[in-house]
Write a protein that binds this ligand. Sequence first.
Ligand code: G6P
Ligand code: ZN
Length: 544
Amino acid sequence: MNVLTMPARPYDDQRPGTSGLRKPVAIFRQQHYLENYLQAIFETVGGGANRTLVIGGDGRFYNHEAIQIAIRMAAANGYKHLVVGREGLLSTPAASHLIRKRGADGGLIFSASHNPGGPEGDFGIKYNSSTGGPASEALSQSIYARSKRIAAYRFVDEPDIDIDRLGKVSLGETEVEVVDPVSDYAELMETLFDFERLAELLTSTSFKMRFDAMHAITGPYARAILEERLGAPVGTVINGKPLPDFGGAKPDPNLVRSRSLVDFMFGQDAVNFAAASDGDGDRNMILGRKMFVTPSDSLAVLAANAHVAPGYSGGLAGVARSMPTSRALDRVAQELGIPCFETPTGWKFFGNLLDTGRITLCGEESFGTGSDHVREKDGLSAVLFWLTIIAVRGMPVHRIIKDHWDRYGRHFYARHDYEAVDAAAANSLMDALRDQVGDMAGKRLAGSIVSMADDFSYTDPVDRSVAERQGIRVLLEDGSRIVYRLSGTGTGGATLRIYLERYEARAWLHDKDARKALNDLSFAASSLAEIPARLGRERPSLVI
Ligand code: G6P
Ligand code: ZN
């Protein structure tokens, strides 16, 4: 086998964000850009000798080429065994599962999640560790540090491997195994949910659902599980063929990007249940007939009803949510008498809690829910979870939600995004808020009084690592909350996110329009941060 060492120049912009390294395709296609970062990963983890690596991606533009490069470089860096999804495909949760199932030392997932694809779109790499979870903050920082010192990268000078066919081939000393991307994952789902019961629901004439794969990775998974295994009528899965540019749309399931699915569910022909997932299959959006379930509510409902699914019938050890996620989950945890952890944004922060059995279920406002079955959020598992609750409780989505609010009260919730704003302006806006937090307590705001304000910092209870400056929290005496933070996943300028939450215990006010219920808070949040003056924007560019 011909191993070549090629000189490379280091890049200084390969700092991973909330979720791996994510950049426009054009940046990744610069000379040796991808190679540099891969070499930095391999060197940081100590090379591949006697090790197994899982490789797959969400099928976006450049996926195929990147995977061939990764295979050649992994072989040259000594990996003994590479497990590659057929056609280079693996959803993020399926990759996480495969790493765990095969006892692999890590995995490379090529994805920019919900960011647009195609030659003008984005590309990304995530490195996951042997637990199946995203690289820790410390590992990500070490990879970044090394990427700035790379002087050469290694690859084997061999032709492309045929990754469209299942089976094993040798690349010198390295065995490359091409696997079905769906089957192991589908088997895992069968251990968590009662497939017979789900099949009964999905084949009954009184129940219809729609799943929108947004031309991204969950198409093959949803077809295999919902249509083939569970018997839902063909056509239940729409936009099921993964396309390199996701059909020109942004594969991000939310009220704006999934407009047609939302309109369908609020229209005449609405079915009983609908859901969508994102580019790499880790996000989910849940809709009932004329009802949008906020991700924060969805998480709370899953926690409150977890016992109905076989995988969780023994109860939950604990739960966790990211800080900006609404506190609906906390109320459920309190009633269940289990701990509820509040972590910074980023799935990696759940890793230690899951690994040490402190939590079973976790989720985020950004359309992510998951559990200890893998170490990533998992879009399709949330869908199967919801279907299980509908089947066992025999209730439509809106009843399940209303029932939940009756019991726990409603957390009205919205996120206002100011996308692609000037990064310097956004940073100075955050600095100004940071300067104010110390003396905010006691001040009047949005018809209430500030009870506490801080810049959220988190000490991991397992390894004691500290994550600081994770977002400004402003808590009000009436139970409302405003949170400000800058997104860590964007690729152009900065995105300011403002998260608004208002608690309402009185059942007769639960049907109020969320926008109206949050109006005061929204106004207060904008003026407190001086949005128009600092960002030159009157309104958010995205409200979800
Ligand atoms: C990714 C991460 C999530 C995070 C989300 C939004 O999906 O996996 O953990 O919540 O991005 O992050 P951002 O920094 O853009 O708010
Ligand atoms: Zn994703």
